[in-house]
Structure formats: structure tokens, C-alpha cells
Write a protein that binds this ligand. Structure first.
Ligand code: ACM
Length: 527
């Protein structure tokens, strides 16, 4: 395969070389190591010249895997959005003059040690991006997008040039799982609002979006065999709004949109607590006993609801729900919730988690649950999401082979206020200013949790106080950009003083994307 790739590349380069020679341009000195890349790559090496991006640049990709061509198309669209240039992908007609090429190459180099690793070589007349998988190539083109300057150089030739600094970027993620969570249950977010969030997560190399699809205040995903879940349970939300839900077609559209960005969607049905909306739709699910009788709930209380854990009909219902959602979820995970089941007796809770985990396996998925599920005897294939300050059970689960997702509320909950003047957000886990969210490390923060047990990190955004994109963005940005770096970059490459300068340079991107970020005073935004 290598030799074929090299031959194709040599053919393209010769094509370029056969064009009548243009005058050598004397590029101003550049420094690739000084570009404000987020997340910070593993290694950058500058060679101080420039690749002049203009309309005579073409994108070529390996044709051994159709997904590489899709990555090329994605890059072309994004370059068009940023610069207006309309670059061909794998053009064959000789009419278009091609002076320079961007080549996205599938490589089996052993130096690419993870599926998302990539190597980017920027020279004066070619950019060569190597990756083992299309996911790696996709992460690499995010770096390339960030290397394209905001300003053109209009003095070197008769047309504008976007001067990309030459050099090398050798890069790979610290963690294989880098996610955010969106609570679409407390307030519903539309397909378009979720797509916008996905676009931005992709730019910063996230690879998973967890959707919290059910809670006491609302049920948000169509289940064809149990239609009242959305007819009844979907019609409410915090504060008394009309709620909403995704049809299965909507959900598939989100899954496909995420997949184009090499992001998996993780669906969560939170249970046995946080189930008032489901039990309101189908009262046989309700536990009775200490659990509150189901009614429309628009308040922000937690811990009062529970499924009945000893009825076969409840598990038959859950088999349908998990089967229908698993069938339209290509990712490997199904999130079973499991947090704050304060009115479920401990022995019933454990019985429930162990039974539901088996249903998840039956439908071909691995279970993820909030750290409370580690009180049960869970399978080593199940993943524990550590959110509170009680890591004991999660650490035991890790000893038994389970992987851990770190989502520490005091450091990572995007719904915590930044400071006392924050307009939205809660404070129960404290306030999380942008530097506090950035300046810590999972390895040292959670004592006794071995690094090899950490699957990755996830920044949850609970939505009790937010109900649209602008409010979502106020809480998520800029903090989630810091979590992108926490998940991708090595601890030794992260430094707040350096990061805050790079963060300020995200403003043109955030403006182009119309992101209503919180302009914290901890960063000099230069405006
Ligand atoms: C949680 O914040 N209850 C997982």
C-alpha cells in the first residue's frame, strides 16, 4: 500500500513540477511553534518558511479508504468557510492549475501509535498528513484548520495568500475518550442546537457526545413500542416549558452528523432514579414506597423517583427501550445512569443495575453508569463515570478491570457558575472559574486511580438553568475548550499562562461560529 501511495504522491508532485516555473517567493519568517493550537500537540517543530494557500491548491487523499476522501471534502468545506477558497478534492481534470497540494494519506507507520495519532508535514509546496485511520486524519485536519491564518498576505503576489507556517506536528491523544455531555432532559435542545455544539466539539478534537435523554422532568427519545414516553413524558421541562423529543429519525440524523465528525453519540437512559417522566407515562414502572407519586415535575429537585426493581414487566419494558435505542446507536456504549437513586433500597438498586447491565449486553453494547453503579458487581467491560467525591467504589471497579471516565463535578461540571456574577449556572459543587477548570490533572486529583484505568474525561453540561444555544454557550465556552486540552494533551505540555494566551486567540473562530462565550476577566481577550 505504501508504495502505491508514494507513487500517487510522486505523480501529483511531478504534475505540479511540470507547471511552468513561477518566480520563487521570499516568504516572511514564520514560526509554527507559536501558532495558538488547542489542544496543544505532542510535538511541533518549525522550519520557518510558508506554504502559500491559494486557489491553486488541491487536496488529494488516499483512495484506499473512502472515509479519507470524506475527510478531504470536510477540509475543503471548512477552508471555503474560512477563506472563500474552493479547493478541489482529488481533481482529475488537467484544466485546473495545481501549484501546491495537501495530501491526506493513510499510513501504517508504527509511529502512529493510536487510531487518532497523526503526523502533519508542512513544506513550501506540499502538506502531507499521515494517519492510520480516517479518525486520525480528521483530528489532523483540525490542526491544519487552526494553522490557516485569519489574515492574508496581499503583497507577495497579485492575489491574497494564506501563509501556513512550515514544519512538523507529531501528535496523539493522551486519552482515547474525550467527551462532553448535554442534558437535553431538564431543557430540550433542538437537532440544530446539538449539531452546532458537535461542530465546535469536533474543532477541538472531542470524540464523544453523551446525551442525557431522560430525567424526572422529561423523556426525550421516541420509543416506538412505548409511545406515551414521548407523548406524556416528553411534554414538560424545568420551568414549565413545552419540552420536546427526538424522533428516531432525528436521533439518527444526529448520530450521522456526529459520525461525519468522528464523534460517537452515547445515549443515556437514567435509572432507576431520575425516572419520574417515564413513570408518569407508564405508572406500572413506579416503585411506590418512599418514591414520590409521579406527576408533571418542572422543579429542580433530585432523588425522589424510582423504577420498581422487582417486577418482570419493568425489565420487559427496559428490554424494548434499550433494544430500540441500541439499534440506532453505532457506538459501543449505552449509558444506564444510576446516580442519586436515594429512594431505592440498596439491595434493590444493586439487583436492578446487575439486571439492566445484562440487557445492555444482550443488545450488543457496553454499559456506562455514574459511579454509584460500582456498588453492584459490575462486569469489567462496564465503564464507571466518576462524578462525585466518592471514588472508593470506582477504584474497586478499576481493580476489577473496569475503565473510568473522569467527570469530577468540582472541576468539570460545565453547569457550575464561573464566579459570583455568572448569569446562569448552579453552585452546589462550587464555582469553577476558567483557570480552576483547566489547572488540575486527573492523575493527581484522584488518588489511587491508576492512569491505565482512565478511559478518558467528560465535561457534563446539566441544563436546569439553560434552555437555548446562547445560554448553553455561556456555560460551555470557554471552559470546554480547556477540557479538550485536558483530554488530548500531555500534562507536561499544559500550562495556564501559555494556554490563556492561546485561548484568547480563539476569538476569531468563536466569532465566526457565533459562539456566545463568557468573556472571563482571567483572560486578556484583546478587545
Ligand atoms: C450527577 O451529577 N447526578 C451525575
Amino acid at each position: 500500500m505504501i508504495s502505491r501511495v508514494v507513487l500517487v504522491f510522486v505523480a501529483i508532485i511531478s504534475l505540479v513540477a511540470c507547471q511552468p516555473k513561477k518566480k520563487e517567493i521570499n516568504f516572511p519568517k514564520t514560526d509554527l511553534t507559536q501558532v495558538a493550537l488547542i489542544p496543544k500537540p505532542l510535538k511541533t517543530i518549525a522550519t520557518n518558511s510558508a506554504f502559500a494557500l491559494d486557489g491553486e491548491t488541491a487536496i488529494y487523499t488516499s483512495t484506499t479508504d473512502a472515509n479519507f476522501e470524506a475527510v478531504g471534502q470536510f477540509l475543503s468545506q471548512k477552508i471555503k468557510k474560512k477563506t472563500g477558497l474552493d479547493l478541489g478534492v482529488n481533481p482529475t481534470d488537467g484544466d485546473t492549475p495545481v501549484e501546491r497540494v495537501v495530501y491526506i494519506n493513510q499510513s501504517d507507520s508504527e509511529e502512529l501509535s493510536t487510531p487518532e495519532s497523526y503526523q502533519l508535514y508542512v513544506k513550501k509546496d506540499s502538506i502531507f498528513l499521515n494517519a492510520k485511520t480516517a479518525a486520525g486524519a480528521f483530528r489532523g485536519i483540525q490542526t491544519l484548520r487552526q494553522l490557516i491564518p485569519e489574515q492574508t498576505n496581499d503583497t507577495l503576489t497579485d492575489h491574497p495568500l494564506w501563509l501556513i507556517p512550515t514544519g512538523k506536528v507529531l501528535d496523539e491523544p493522551r486519552y482515547g475518550y474525550r467527551a462532553s455531555m448535554l442534558d437535553v432532559a431538564r431543557h430540550f435542545f433542538t437537532v440544530d442546537e446539538v449539531k452546532k455544539y458537535l461542530d465546535i466539539l469536533a474543532y477541538y478534537k472531542f470524540n464523544a457526545l453523551h446525551l442525557h435523554l431522560s430525567d424526572d422532568q422529561g423523556w426525550r427519545i421516541e420509543i416506538k413500542s412505548w409511545p406515551k414516553l414521548t407523548e406524556v413524558g416528553g411534554a414538560s421541562e424545568v420551568g414549565g416549558g413545552e419540552g420536546g423529543f427526538y424522533t428516531q429519525e432525528d436521533y439518527k440524523e444526529l448520530v450521522a452528523y456526529a459520525a461525519e465528525r468522528h464523534i460517537i453519540i452515547i445515549p443515556e437512559i437514567d435509572m432507576p432514579g431520575h425516572t419520574n417522566a417515564a413513570s408518569l407515562s407508564y405508572p406500572f414502572l413506579h416503585a411506590g414506597g418512599k418514591a414520590d407519586k409521579p406527576r408533571v415535575r418542572t422543579d429542580m429537585l433530585v432523588g425522589y423517583s424510582s423504577f420498581h426493581t422487582r417486577k418482570d414487566t419493568v425489565y420487559a419494558f427496559l428490554d424494548d427501550v434499550i433494544r430500540e435505542i441500541a439499534a440506532i446507536t453505532p457506538g459501543p456504549y449505552f449509558h444506564i445512569g444510576g446516580d442519586e437513586s436515594h429512594v431505592t433500597k440498596k439491595k434493590d438498586y444493586i439487583h436492578f443495575v446487575e439486571k439492566v447491565e445484562k440487557i445492555v449486553h444482550k443488545h450488543g453494547k457496553q454499559a456506562i453508569g455514574w459511579n454509584e453503579i460500582a456498588q453492584a458487581k459490575i462486569s469489567p467491560s462496564s465503564v464507571v463515570q466518576l462524578w462525585n467525591d466518592e471514588p472508593h467504589d470506582a477504584i474497586n471497579a478499576a481493580k476489577n478491570g473496569s475503565k473510568i471516565i473522569v467527570s469530577s463535578a468540582k472541576k468539570m461540571y460545565l453547569d457550575m457558575k464561573y464566579d459570583s456574577i455568572s448569569e446562569y449556572g448552579l453552585t452546589w459543587a462550587g464555582m469553577i472559574p476558567v483557570d480552576v477548570g483547566y489547572n488540575w490533572d486527573p492523575k493527581t486529583y484522584i488518588k489511587d486511580l491508576p492512569e491505565e484505568s482512565v478511559l478518558g474525561i467528560e465535561a457534563p453540561l446539566w441544563s436546569e438553568t439553560i434552555s437555548n444555544s446562547a445560554e448553553l454557550e455561556y456555560l460551555a465556552f470557554p471552559r470546554v475548550i480547556g477540557y479538550a486540552e485536558l483530554g488530548w494533551s500531555r500534562a507536561e505540555n499544559r500550562d495556564w499562562e501559555d494556554y490563556k494566551v492561546r485561548l484568547a486567540k480563539q476569538v476569531p473562530y468563536m466569532k465566526r461560529m457565533d459562539i456566545k462565550y463568557y468573556p472571563t476577566k482571567l483572560v486578556d481577550w484583546g478587545e
